[in-house]
Design a protein around this ligand. Structure first.
Ligand code: G6P
Ligand code: ZN
Length: 563
């Protein structure tokens, strides 16, 4: 039968397709409901701007982290894009629908696509009983701003029908090359090649190879957690840097991530942590399901806190990374991220922007050339080479720093611990900890936040009568984008003390079940830099929990994850 364009009517529109911090994330079973995925894809296709008069149709990038349901979703997007009557003329899709989030961002920019549809729920577990996700990125390669995600949501709430091609044979996504799906051109590309080329323009691969060649005992172990970065890490670390396939663990992309929780932190990446700390591996790193997050750890129980990571990278950037050799435009961090980066900015006379949680807030600053390097405490680090955070980029940045450190300190120990000690000696240390309370009741979480918002300790008061906890400022974080003037409020409750400490409460925007409360605490020490962070922050964390009445509202006496 010849493919035909059909309008499919909905009995009733879906009212729950509001994208969170990073796209629409739901259980797979939710996406599998009749018309559910179609409805959200229709919303995205409607949000794609019409091509200029006389211009040909747009190109859209499609790919994901390999999780369960990704293949079906990619085929469905092809059938719906083919029914846009020329608005979308071409789809560029990763081999077997695989693209890491950074690789997708790069392809959108490189191929001047109108945007991309990313099939990922990032670090959330995958498989038939876990999560799937769909995220829309715009033409700068970054996540769609709120104005657009709200439009998509509004569209889905009133959707009556959507268009789709029927009897269109499936495109063979395992076949690299150009295919035709009705009037739509579908180009299946190597998932890794363009991304590797991008990194070659940023880092000095020859210098890194020489660094390893001079140190045959230097051990590297990268954990892909059965997420999308396996093939990328094998190509880059295994082949290009000559470290061999043994340098990458859990490198096979699996639809359920091997049953694991593909989030690179000390709790979920425990296999890596155990091996690195037991075998004294010099450099250990992990990335999440879709490859945008990273964790860096090393021998001697070294853990590079993400807040420190972005600060150290900014400190070394011009010296260690060729891409930045002419200097940085500026730096930025999300609000809960510690102030270590601010100190680097002050020393190097750079502007440091503080934005709400969510990578999308960095995009405008990058497009306006105000921002080069940014990071978040949530294991996200990156730069303006793309418009997403980038796990493998962060690993390459840290290896480059080690190489530059070795060059600058001949004869000294070359280790993550030595790089951190050197950094703390120059800037002092921002101790940082995060407590996550996952899957608490939504009502409890909302109630706690509402009461805390109403009763935030005021400037000049003492937290729980503690003489050394004088409040300097408190509030609910809001942000006005300096580029387009857009305003975002309700981004987290913070209490800053006169001694430079701070605690913050906010609700996660990425969960798919119940609510997750996050408590962030930081405390600065100019010269005491060898304390255990959990101990250094203990009194502040306990005070924060008591002020918020967390246990009362949630029944929890301990966090699910501690960072
Ligand atoms: C995603 C975004 C990050 C953001 C994080 C926050 O990973 O890409 O930019 O920091 O979500 O997650 P949360 O669960 O704290 O809202
Ligand atoms: Zn991710």
């Amino acid at each position: 039968m010849a493919p035909t364009r059909r309008l499919v009517a909905l009995d009733a529109p879906f009212t729950d397709q509001k994208p969170g911090t990073s796209g629409l994330r739901k259980r797979v079973k939710v996406f599998q409901q009749p018309h559910y995925t179609e409805s959200f894809v229709a919303g995205i296709l409607a949000a794609v701007p019409a091509p200029a008069a006389g211009a040909s149709g747009h190109t859209l990038v499609v790919g994901g982290d390999g999780r369960y349901y990704g293949q079906e979703a990619a085929q469905l997007i092809i059938r719906m894009a083919a029914a846009t009557e020329g608005k979308i003329a071409k789809i560029i899709v990763g081999h077997k629908a695989i693209l890491s989030t950074p690789a997708a961002s790069n392809l959108i920019r490189k191929r001047q696509a109108v945007g991309g549809i990313l099939l990922t729920a990032s670090h959330n577990p995958g498989g038939p009983n876990n999560d799937f996700g769909i995220k829309y990125n715009v033409s700068n390669g970054g996540p769609a701003p709120e104005g657009i995600t709200n439009k998509i949501y509004d569209f889905t709430k009133t959707l009556k029908e959507y268009a789709i091609m029927e009897d269109l044979p499936e495109v063979d996504l395992s076949e690299i090359g150009t295919h035709q799906a009705g009037d739509l051109e579908v180009e299946v590309v190597d998932s890794v090649a363009d991304y590797v080329e991008l990194l070659h323009g940023i880092f000095d691969f020859a210098k890194l190879r020489a660094f390893f060649a001079a140190r045959p005992d230097f051990k590297v172990l990268v954990d892909s957690m059965h997420g999308v970065t396996g093939p990328y890490a094998l190509r880059i670390f295994g082949e290009e840097l000559g470290l061999g396939a043994g340098a990458v663990m859990n490198a096979t992309v699996l639809p359920d991530f091997g049953g694991g929780h593909p989030d690179p932190n000390l709790t979920y990446a425990h296999d890596l942590v155990e091996r690195v700390w037991r075998d004294e591996i010099d450099f250990g790193a992990a990335s999440d399901g879709d490859g945008d997050r990273n964790m860096i750890i090393g021998a001697h129980k070294t853990f590079v806190n993400p807040s420190d990571s972005v600060a150290v990278i900014a400190h070394w950037a011009t010296e260690a990374i060729p891409y930045f050799k002419n200097g940085l435009h500026g730096v930025a961090r999300s609000m809960p991220t510690s102030g270590a980066l601010d100190r680097v900015a002050t020393k190097h006379a750079l502007t440091c922007y503080e934005v709400p949680t969510g990578w999308k807030f960095f995009g405008n600053l990058m497009d306006a050339q105000r921002l080069s390097i940014c990071g978040e405490e949530s294991f996200g680090t990156g730069s303006d080479h793309i418009r997403e955070k980038d796990g493998i980029w962060a690993m390459m940045a840290w290896l480059s720093i080690l190489a530059a450190f070795a060059e600058a300190n001949p004869g000294a120990e070359v280790s993550l611990r030595a790089v951190l000690a050197d950094f703390y000696a120059q800037y002092g240390r921002h101790y940082f900890a995060r407590y996550d309370y996952e899957d608490v009741s939504s009502d409890g979480a909302k109630g706690m936040m509402a009461e805390l918002r109403a009763n935030l300790p005021a400037a000049g008061s003492l937290v729980l009568g503690n003489a050394d906890m004088v409040v300097q400022e408190s509030g609910d974080f809001s942000y006005t984008d300096p580029v387009d003037g857009s305003f975002t409020s309700g981004q987290g409750l913070y209490v800053r003390l006169e001694n430079g400490s701070r605690f913050v409460f906010r609700l996660s925007g990425t969960g798919s079940q119940g609510a997750t409360i996050r408590l962030y605490a930081e405390q600065y020490h100019a010269s005491q830099v060898d304390l255990d962070p959990q101990q250094a922050l203990g009194p502040l964390l306990r005070a924060a929990l008591a002020v918020a009445k967390l246990q009362e509202y949630t029944g929890r006496d301990a966090p699910t994850v501690i960072t």
